[in-house]
Design a protein around this ligand. Structure first.
Ligand SMILES: [Fe+2]
Length: 292
């Protein structure tokens, strides 16, 4: 995709109003506040019907939305990598928005991603912010660095002897593209039982609407930041009232439809320097075998 100058200008205006202005007014204190800097380690069990016994207890470490730039700076990355590696996941998934806007931070971002450790690999998909400056350049540099970027494709790997499918989709710049991205990702992918566990990485959580069609056990997403501003925790299906629940169908947390699950993380970084009742997080998801 070519650089879109109108989109880039809008992104710069957005960053000036919602990021640089509050940082200027607070002399940078907003970015260093505990509400923005503290990272919660969110641990959840995911009960999967088709999980083979040898994969019971497998852990996925899920990070998203680092937005490296004015709020979360390159100097914060070693702390984030250390926290993620402490979770000791079998597999690491990073679901996009690596940069907030400018690619000037790309070197430290790539270096940090290369420091993430997992025996089954570190798998990545891009988010919308990764396209705001120069998306093709970001993709080229990630691929040159040997990072496992999943752009509408799936890879088969072996985990404890069992075949696992890890699929990922590119960010859909038009909402209707998301379904066709998934079709492309799964087009040549082996079906069950040749894939015993089927994972999908998608920056946008609405990919979950197609999870059943492609028999995905667990979809991993970000994008929403949980809304960043939560006015009240309501529990139940809605979960909370705030920016996330106003703007998104799946704002934050673990969702289930039939035997398919979605986890939407509130993300590691922020695009404006404020979080209320919605801490940044890194998630550790433990897959559990569940009787049908
Ligand atoms: Fe984001």
């Amino acid at each position: 995709m070519q650089r879109n100058h109108a989109r880039h200008l809008r992104a710069r205006l957005r960053q000036a109003a919602f990021t640089h202005a509050p940082l200027w007014v607070t002399r940078g204190r907003a970015a260093r506040s505990k509400s923005v800097q503290a990272i919660h380690l969110a641990r959840h069990d995911v009960p999967l019907e088709h999980l083979p016994p040898e994969l019971d207890g497998m852990r996925v470490t899920h990070l998203s939305d680092l937005h490296v730039g004015p709020v979360l700076a390159p100097k914060d990355l070693p702390r984030i990598v250390a926290l993620a590696n402490q979770l000791d996941g079998d597999l690491v998934a990073v679901t996009g928005d690596f940069v907030d806007l400018s690619l000037t931070v790309l070197e430290p971002v790539i270096h940090a991603l290369q420091q993430l450790r997992a025996p089954l690999g570190v798998w990545l998909v891009p988010g919308n912010h990764d396209y705001l400056d120069d998306g093709p350049e970001l993709i080229r540099r990630f691929q040159k660095a040997g990072l496992n970027l999943l752009l509408n494709r799936a890879e088969s790997i072996k985990a404890r002897g069992a075949p696992v499918l890890v699929a990922g989709v590119d960010f859909p710049h038009k909402k209707k593209q998301l379904g066709s991205h998934l079709v492309r990702a799964f087009h040549r992918a082996p079906r069950r039982p040749e894939s015993a566990l089927r994972l999908l990485l998608s920056h946008h959580p609405d990919a979950f609407d197609w999870a059943g069609r492609h028999d995905v056990d667990l979809t991993l997403s970000g994008h929403t930041h949980g809304g960043q501003l939560v006015l009240a925790r309501t529990g139940g299906k809605r979960g909370s009232i705030g920016l996330g629940s106003l703007g998104f169908k799946y704002p934050h947390g673990l969702y289930r439809r039939d035997r398919h699950f979605l986890y939407v993380t509130s993300g590691v970084g922020s695009w404006f320097p404020l979080r209320v009742q919605c801490p940044a997080e890194i998630a550790s998801l433990t897959l559990r075998r569940r009787a049908a």
